[in-house]
Write a protein that binds this ligand. Structure first.
Ligand code: COA
Ligand code: AMP
Length: 633
């Protein structure tokens, strides 16, 4: 007999219209869809065309109308400001409706873009929902990005309005956001009409006369706004993510398919019921934050926790356990790197024993490959299932997971388990032929993608086709390489492009190389993601200086490190670079980054047949040794 998972998976692929049509009954619509799926212009799949709904209404109003107004909706827990605040569904609805009214008063309407450059404060969550309420399209930019990156996003999204705050708080360091925002607006060609700034007590921002408004002034006295029904296919948000160059991709998520898929995932994948509590320790600047701090838990009628803190240091490695116990979290979601940080400081899990975790059922990890050591440590210490699941900004929800709500499958360490219903996961070789079980290939998803996944890139249909759809026609290219085993378990091994995952943050080494190459002393360069015990991977730069440059290497390296921090942001964690005489290349001039990575990681490599001069690899090995690589073994 087939398991519930197998049966559900089979149905989702055999008849996607029937499957997702049934799931869509769980959402409140203003107008029913004409068709569940319109795939006439593949790869531009439309889910629920003709349908009209409002995502904010489904996340808030619907629950209040159904009598759950007094239930906790949002808990803001901020050890860095010593604050815990709770909003019930009725209170959150009131706050969001008023904020939406304030946005309308500022001239924001359906289809207008609003950029958020904000720390993890409740006003940020409310602003996302307020945008959704009036049909405006939000684009949240992670606070760890530098002005130059923010400027690129402003130029692409062309927002009428930017919402920001005076500062973020990184453990004990106050990061002033406003000067970064001002610089970004100076750099960008597009200028927003208005900026609304939340003044936090930790830092006061200077306001630009005629452009900037104080948050309280902008919000005070606004009348609550009603929900504006939008087309299912209208964009809910744009989230920029690293591509293969320094130009970020504006990933779009729509309203209808997104609401349907995310709500469905809460029970099927996360096994969570109405009224239960989810704690996702990510940032609203990432897709995990959009989907599982904000939208999915609220669509489901759960309680969600917004945590302004770190896994360690705020104040100790028991922070997560304190939150789980204090707020009664039933499940938690974070990145493996957070667990590696906790394990390093509290290897015996002493801090766990100090808290009552009896309501806690499952830990979910994603964002980077989960090393079996971390998985086993978390299982041993927490004594609950630990689920590694795989997804991307582009999909908005998991592609492969252990679907707890459909019956847990046996865990295989190193694998995020099996494809989630709706996703037809294949591995293809160079020629587009499916690889045999156990054989690595390029991981692709057969079209159509399920609801919730990106319908296109913002204002860039051709970029959507070239980035994802043209390599293997009929398939979406995930950019990950890996394999499926004989049981159909998926294994994600590496990226096929130059993207690296640093502490669960997706970054482009190509983007970093662009920054290094712009230094006046640099002739050529390469950036490689090297294995790191804590962050999974960290970037390491190799530069060749121009002829005649006689300055000390250490000065050049220090400038390069600062330049990446100033241009991309601290989140790049670019701290290591070295000056070398030459870079290893193929005879056709392609830099052998993969080989350099293997040397740095201490992994055996075969001499590339096309290498121009094998002796260069000895020089690179020496340079890496001087930097302390390889670190293991
Ligand atoms: N605003 C401003 N600066 C920020 C920032 C923000 N929102 N977020 C991070 N930064 C800065 C950090 O302060 C740090 O600066 P530093 O170089 O001066 O120390 C830098 O960016 C790198 O940050 P991070 O990668 O977070 O490293 P960390 O050393 O501060 O912390 C961990 C390490 C493991 C504790 C942390 O990375 C973590 O909690 N990771 C979880 C990952 C996650 O949530 N991923 C999302 C996908 S699920
Ligand atoms: P992002 O778009 O920032 O969520 O990053 C997506 C990328 O992170 C994926 O394409 C993978 O390379 C990587 N990733 C996410 N989750 C996992 C996982 N569970 N295992 C391995 N890699 C992962």
């Amino acid at each position: 007999m087939k398991s519930l998972y197998e049966e559900t998976y089979r149905r989702s692929l055999a008849d996607p219209e029937a499957f997702w049509g049934a799931a869509a009954e769980d959402i409140v619509w203003h107008r029913r869809w004409d068709r569940v799926l319109d795939n006439a212009r593949q790869p531009f799949t439309k889910w629920f065309p003709g349908g009209r709904l409002n995502t904010c209404e489904n996340a808030l109003d619907v629950h209040v109308a159904r009598g759950r107004g007094k239930q906790r909706a949002l808990i803001y827990d901020s050890p860095v400001t010593n604050t815990v605040r709770v909003w019930t569904y009725a209170e959150l609805l009131d706050a969001v409706a008023r904020m939406a009214g304030a946005l309308v008063r500022l001239g924001i309407g359906k289809g207008d873009r609003v950029v958020l450059y904000m720390p993890m404060v409740p006003e940020a969550v409310m602003a996302m929902l307020a945008c959704a309420r009036i049909g405006a399209v939000h684009s949240v930019v992670f606070g760890g990005f530098a002005p130059n990156e923010l400027a690129k996003r402003i130029d692409d999204a062309k927002p009428k309005l930017i919402l920001s705050a005076s500062c973020g708080i990184e453990v004990a360091r106050v990061v002033a956001y406003k000067p970064l925002l001002d610089q970004a607006i100076e750099l960008s060609s597009h200028k927003p009409q208005r900026c609304v700034i939340l003044q936090r007590p930790q830092a006061r921002a200077e306001l630009v006369r005629g452009r900037d408004l104080d948050w309280n002034d902008a919000m005070t006295g606004a009348a609550p706004a009603e929900c504006v029904p939008v087309e299912a296919t209208d964009p809910l948000y744009i989230l920029y993510t690293s591509g293969t160059t320094g130009i970020p991709k504006g990933v779009v998520h729509d309203n209808g398919g997104h609401a349907v898929a995310l709500k469905w995932s809460m029970s099927a994948i996360y096994g969570l019921g109405v009224g239960e509590t989810m704690f996702t320790a990510s940032d609203i600047g990432w897709v995990v934050g959009h989907s599982y701090i904000v939208y999915a838990p609220l669509l489901k009628g759960c309680t969600t926790i917004l945590y302004e803190g770190k896994p360690v240091g705020t104040p100790d490695p028991g922070a997560f356990w304190r939150l789980i116990a204090q707020h009664g979290a039933n499940i938690m979601f974070t990145a493996p790197t957070a667990f590696r940080a906790i394990k390093k400081e509290d290897p015996n899990g002493v801090h766990m024993d100090k808290h009552d975790l009896s309501h806690f059922r499952v830990l979910y990890l994603a964002g980077e490959r989960c090393d079996p050591d971390t998985l086993h440590w978390a299982e041993d210490k927490l004594k609950v299932p630990v689920i590694d699941h795989w997804w991307q900004t582009e999909t908005g929800w998991p592609i492969a997971a252990n679907p707890v709500g459909l019956g847990m499958l046996p865990v295989k360490p190193g694998s995020p388990t099996k494809p989630v219903p709706g996703y037809d996961v294949r591995t293809l070789d160079e020629q587009g032929k499916e690889t045999a079980p156990g054989q690595i290939g390029s991981i692709v998803l057969k079209l159509p993608l399920p609801p919730g996944c990106l319908p296109t890139l913002w204002d860039n249909d051709p970029g959507f086709e070239t980035s994802y759809m043209s390599r293997y026609p009929g398939y979406y290219l995930t950019g990950d390489a890996g394999f499926k085993d004989r049981d159909g378990y998926v294994y994600i091994m590496s990226r096929v492009d130059d993207i690296i995952n640093v502490a669960g943050h997706r970054l482009s080494t190509g983007g970093m190389e662009e920054v290094l190459a712009s230094h006046p002393d640099v002739a050529e360069c390469a950036v490689v993601g090297v294995a790191d015990d804590l962050k999974g991977e960290v970037p390491v730069g190799f530069v060749v200086t121009k002829a005649g440059v006689a300055r000390p290497d250490a000065d050049i390296v220090a400038e390069l490190v600062q330049k990446v921090r100033d241009t991309i942001g601290p989140v790049a964690a670019f701290k290591t670079a070295t000056v070398v005489k030459r870079l290893p290349k193929t005879r056709s001039g392609k830099i052998l980054r993969g080989t350099v990575k293997r040397i740095a990681d201490g992994v055996d490599y075969t001499m590339p047949a096309t290498i121009d001069d094998p002796a260069i690899l000895d020089e690179i090995t020496e340079a890496l040794k001087a930097l302390g690589y390889p670190r293991k073994g």
